[in-house]
Design a protein around this ligand. Structure first.
Ligand code: BMA
Length: 927
């Protein structure tokens, strides 16, 4: 194992320097600000090789000190063995058993074909991680030494040098164990023995004999394990309707020793709060500190860039305690605000925190502070019996555009920074400004939230409870309480996090009786629900974080649910709160089927990933839509049939005689269906933002289900496992554009709305072009009058009966023609060009094979593909197989003879490779 001793916070000093410092007062200047940063060293002494200095004057940008803390990382190579010792191998920490077995060649890729089932045994065995390490005498001489585990997955007992030092039962908690007296000069042996999470969950279920806590098991189609609600672990790790069952075990985050004499800073958080009445910002800083003994001290906070500094006297109490201090920001400072993507920049300030004891510096840390306010507005709506439900950031109502985030891999150790960055960049590149971290996965790693801060992605953060009832035994509640308080402390400094939500769909599960609970027993389950989410989780969140609201569930009626005793009669009520809506059989091209909700936090349709994503985990025998592989990867009951049924409403289904072509065409048609369905639904939500119709509307959020995938399988995602964009993600780029024209028909009248997320008003007109399916030149073009479209609104800009429109346009009928349209102002086109089909493409007359030819080229800006088409081609899809990267646009309607798109490669490639790999498919090609 690696055994690196790193002094944390302070730099090691050369003892030779002591003489100099002792006799000559030295003044340190920090570059650029000599005055503000002056520090006098009055005296220094050297104790056990550690330099202790007494300072006076203004401290900043410098640290040295009494309490030299040591961090010894215990991450690296460990040993791993199963319960009877038949398997024994090296294992990386952080990591998990499955990853270790794969890395050492004991198992194949767990994602290959049916391996999720073949490797089921792994999670039924018990596994022990062990390591030996040495520590210096210096470290052992410290007053306190903590053995810190940032994440233990999940049920384990920990032994140091043969002595039991702790037990764990919650993968979402950090554990720190006091171990100083157990450390020796010789090799120290650390063992972490994991119990099978599957067997543990089942034992907990048995122990809870009083009543069942449903669902006991997942549906058979998921091929998963039972009773996941009895273990505080990623709920989807026992299988989900888009994911495999890999109940992991392991040290999934870092392990280290922390040694100190005075105190140890465990967590620092900073929450900016704005006082409207005096127009002043303050930053509420909380330090979670572990002190060896109670001492008086002093804490200094400063944000030099805002000329704000504050020093308070404090007491560091013995043990683990929170110290809260408020830094008032100088009112004359111009504070730059953090904005969501598309609404402004994401500036931050550096906050410096220093703690002193008896004049000695005992803690020192720096962190980023982003200033923004967030409000969830639930207030009466004119013309409606319900309440509004929208977010106001820095006083500005913001329409949330985005998706839902699930774990990016079954094995969290394989979620690299590059994977996170790529997925989040893809979200931003599709004009998203929000993601919901869904409650059946994990609280994401710090980097996820830091990237969201940087990119302006707002995060709706669920607590990790999903689609189930949960037990409320005392030990369960206690571990959840610790989990919640640690997670809130860890995440609350991130401006990206705008709301906490207690769980995924558990209010709905209770209210609409998913689990057939007898009426007489329902009060019991309601009581458990309120105990867990309201009396415990909500209470802790409110105590820890006054800057954000807490919703008990998603979906929920929010304030109305609270009125109804936390479980509303209909949590899906479009008049209140958020909704989740799925309907696979109703025609998704018909906007009337969608609820005109205040906020759509989930909705979606499945599709298959592309062939290049499936190929590495399958063999030739699997490459048909009816293969056992295709059924095996589908975890949603009847999902494969549902996709084809929905697709068949508007498209001819692929019927090629060549089996491989038929398979790839079918993958394509599922993506076309999904992209078009989610487009229609999202456009409906965006155009509903300014209207109230029959009390419903003022929709202020559209987060489709789901952004990413956990493995290579059919799902609701818009990005495939591995990062490849599905057609839906390319569509999202357009349907989430800041300025968007949306068309729909109501009683045979065509409406075009202009939707704008901009802050300023626009004067726009709609330009509508009518094309014949058989011809690449427009039949006619219509223009509306200019209309004022206020920033942050949706306005009807064009209205005409379809029959009149077609009659004025030559020989067009619904079957022979289609429309494209865009918005323009005096400066030219605003937003993307959109289209509206007047009939299902399967009924279109004149649609032909376009015989598209493509030429790949490379210029100074990168790779381009120039297409040439012989006729109108819907859903033109470019695919370069397994060359990772993305096109500038894809899946588009081609109504021109030529079109050039860019390709951004994510690794080095060549014109030759791209030309070889490129396929171009359009709708008529699969008929
Ligand atoms: C919602 C989500 C997930 C699920 C998805 C698709 O209910 O919260 O639980 O994966 O629908 O069924």
């Amino acid at each position: 194992m690696t055994n690196q001793e790193v002094p944390s916070q302070q730099t090691q000093h050369n003892p030779d320097a002591v003489t100099l410092l002792k006799s000559v007062p030295v003044t340190y200047h920090v570059l650029n600000q000599p005055e503000a940063m002056t520090l006098r060293v009055n005296m220094c002494v050297c104790v056990s090789g550690v330099l202790l200095c007494l300072f006076s004057g203004v401290l900043s940008g410098f640290s040295s000190v009494k309490d030299q803390q040591h961090t010894v990382s215990l991450s690296g190579k460990w040993s791993l063995s199963n319960s009877n010792g038949s398997v024994s191998l090296p294992a990386e920490v952080p990591g998990c058993v499955h990853s270790a077995l794969q890395q050492q060649g004991y198992i194949q890729d767990p994602y290959f074909r049916f391996n999720d089932v073949s490797y089921r045994w792994i999670a039924f065995d018990n596994w022990t991680y062990s390591t030996t390490f040495n520590v210096s005498t210096q470290l052992r001489s410290k007053q306190k030494v903590l053995l810190v585990f940032d994440g233990v997955d999940t049920v384990a007992s920990i032994q140091l040098n043969g002595v039991s030092v702790g037990k764990t039962d919650n993968m979402f908690r950090r554990y720190d164990l006091s171990v100083r007296d157990l450390l020796t000069d010789a090799d120290n042996e650390l063992r972490v023995s994991f119990s099978s999470p599957v067997l543990y969950a089942s034992e907990r279920r048995k122990a809870h004999s009083a009543y069942r806590v449903p669902p006991e098991c997942p549906p058979d189609v998921q091929k998963g394990e039972c009773h996941v609600n009895f273990i505080r672990k990623e709920q989807s790790s026992f299988s989900w309707d888009w994911g495999p069952s890999f109940p992991t075990m392991g040290l999934w985050k870092g392990v280290r020793l922390e040694a100190f004499d005075v105190l140890q800073l465990i967590q620092v958080s900073s929450v900016p709060l704005y006082n409207l009445s005096v127009s002043q910002w303050r930053v509420h800083v909380q330090l979670l500190v572990d002190a060896v003994q109670t001492t008086n001290g002093q804490i200094t906070l400063s944000i030099p860039e805002l000329e704000s500094e504050q020093t308070v006297q404090t007491q560091f109490l013995s043990g683990k305690t929170k110290n809260s201090i408020t830094l008032h920001i100088n009112t004359s400072s111009q504070v730059k605000l953090w904005w969501p993507n598309g609404h402004g920049d994401q500036p931050f300030y550096q906050l410096t925190v220093r703690g002193f004891q008896d004049g000695f510096l005992v803690l020192s840390t720096e962190s980023k502070v982003y200033f923004r306010t967030v409000e969830l507005v639930q207030e009466p709506v004119v013309g409606s019996p319900g309440l509004s439900f929208y977010f106001r950031i820095n006083g500005k109502p913001i329409f949330l555009k985005g998706s839902n985030w699930i774990p990016a891999h079954s094995f969290q150790d394989q979620v690299s920074p590059a994977v996170l960055r790529n997925l989040l960049q893809s979200a931003v590149d599709a004009n998203m400004n929000a993601l919901r971290v869904w409650g059946g996965g994990v609280y994401e790693q710090d980097l996820f939230y830091s990237i969201c801060d940087e990119m302006g992605i707002m995060v709706w953060q669920d607590f990790m409870f999903a689609c189930a009832m949960y037990p409320t035994e005392d030990d369960f509640i206690q571990t959840v309480r610790e989990e919640v308080s640690q997670q809130v402390q860890r995440l609350k400094s991130h401006p990206s996090v705008i709301i906490w939500s207690g769980n995924n769909e558990n209010e709905a599960a209770l209210a609409t009786d998913w689990f057939s609970i007898p009426v007489s027993q329902r009060p019991l389950y309601r009581k458990d629900y309120v105990t867990l989410y309201v009396n415990n989780i909500r209470a802790i969140v409110r105590e820890e974080d006054e800057s954000r609201q807490f919703l008990v569930s998603s979906p929920t009626n929010g304030a109305e649910s609270e009125q109804e005793g936390w479980v509303a009669a209909n949590p899906y009520d479009p008049l209140y709160g958020d909704t989740h809506f799925y309907s696979y059989f109703l025609d998704c091209w018909d906007w009337r089927t969608f609820p005109r909700t205040r906020f759509a936090s989930e909705y979606g349709f499945q599709s298959w990933p592309s062939f290049s994503t499936l190929q590495p985990v399958s063999v030739k025998a699997d490459w048909s839509y009816n293969s056992s592989f295709s059924s095996h990867r589908q975890h949603h009951e009847n999902g494969n049939q549902q996709m084809l049924q929905q697709a068949a409403l508007h498209f001819n289904l692929p019927n090629a005689t060549d089996p491989l072509k038929r398979f790839t065409d079918t993958l394509y048609i599922t993506q076309v269906m999904q992209a078009q369905c989610v487009k229609t639904q999202t456009e409906f939500y965006r155009r509903s933002q300014s209207e109230i119709i029959e009390g419903k509307g003022r929709t202020m959020g559209a987060l489709y289900w789901q952004l990413n995938d956990i493995w290579q399988a059919p799902s609701w995602s818009s990005i495939e496992f591995g990062g490849k964009w599905k057609m839906l993600h390319y569509f999202a780029q357009n349907f989430f554009a800041a300025v968007l024209p949306v068309a729909f028909e109501d009683n045979d009248t065509l409406f075009i709305y202009a939707v704008s997320d901009l802050s300023h008003d626009l004067k726009l007109r709609a330009v509508v072009s009518v094309y014949s399916w058989a011809d690449l030149d427009p039949v006619c073009t219509l223009k509306s009058d200019l209309l004022l479209v206020p920033g942050g609104s949706a306005a009807a800009i064009f209205k005409q009966p379809v029959t009149a429109l077609l009659a004025g346009c030559g020989l067009c009928t619904r079957l022979t023609c289609l429309l494209t349209f865009h918005l323009e102002d005096s400066g030219g086109q605003q937003g993307p060009t959109n289209h509206h089909f007047l009939s299902s493409p399967k009924d279109a007359q004149g649609l032909q094979r376009p015989n598209i030819t493509a030429k790949v080229q490379q210029d100074a800006t990168g790779y381009t593909v120039t297409l040439h088409s012989a006729s109108v081609a819907p859903y033109v899809w470019l695919d370069v197989g397994n060359v990772p990267g993305r096109f500038s646009s894809n899946g588009f309607l081609m109504v021109s003879r030529n079109r050039t798109v860019g390709f951004e490669a994510w690794r080095s490639t060549s014109v030759a490779e791209l030309s070889r790999s490129l396929t171009v498919t359009s709708l008529a090609d699969v008929y």
